[in-house]
Design a protein around this ligand. Sequence first.
Ligand code: HEC
Ligand code: HEC
Length: 248
Amino acid sequence: MAGEVRGRVFRRAIGRFLIAMVVATVAAPALLPAQPSQRAERDAAAMRRIEAESFAAIRADPGLMTVVREAGARLFAEHCAACHGADAAGGKGVSSLRAGSWRWGGDPETIVETIRVGINASHRDTRMSQMAPFGPRGLLTRPEAESVVAYVRTLSDPAAAREGPAERIDEGRAIFASDCASCHGADGKGKRAVGAPDLTDPTWTHGGDPEAIFASVWSGRKGEMPAWEDRLGPAERKILALHVIALQ
Ligand code: HEC
Ligand code: HEC
């Protein structure tokens, strides 16, 4: 009698053990964190979708945007931070990517194209832009260059306008209209077609003090941004464009 009870208890225990095993086998993969290989597969699938989808579709997909955020920070640190700075705020001669002051445009399509072809780079489709040197070619005399600098400062700094002197600023305004407006626009707000920066905002790539502005005008500027088409895949370039936009 006692042996029969022991046998039933034992069989029930075995039964429970087997059920637990089955449950564990079925449920475990869903409960455990993804294995590295599964994760790589999931990331690869996300990369294929990022490559194929429009920017609007990527932005509307929280799952893809998680990949964009993770991969974007990593790719930026690896490939872009050396020049643009870890915080993307730029430095001497390198544009800030977080000031919203875009030379070529701040929409994802334009940014991804800038990344693909570079600026003054060796890529056949590269964007080309240059601030002409006005001094060495005798296009402006030194006093004329100083006048135009005095005027340019007033575009972003009301205090500079009050400092004057007014005749010098007026002369600079006239020089600006004839020699600079073709690229920087009559209002100084820049022209994206030629990559000429906005001179009315407080963001400067080469410096906004009178000496730095004079050097830009006198000696010219020609920054180089590498092309990434051969070094980063299309999905990676799209991720970087979205990453940069998210920094604004
Ligand atoms: C042929 C087109 C062109 C003309 C003409 C031109 N610029 Fe520029 N300018 C540019 C471009 C492009 C840049 C950006 C160069 C770079 O950083 O690589 C620039 C940059 C500058 C900068 C530096 C801005 C910064 O963020 O540091 C100043 C200042 C400037 N220009 C002033 C002038 C003035 C003043 C004139 C007229 C005397 C003038 N430019 C004429 C195209 C032009
Ligand atoms: C070797 C230095 C260097 C590296 C590396 C670099 N850049 Fe640049 N980048 C520049 C310079 C310099 C400019 C400004 C060019 C000019 O003066 O016209 C620029 C301009 C840009 C612009 C144009 C901004 C505008 O106003 O339209 C974008 C976008 C950009 N970089 C993104 C990137 C991204 C993303 C990476 C990483 C994949 C990167 N850059 C890596 C030097 C670099």
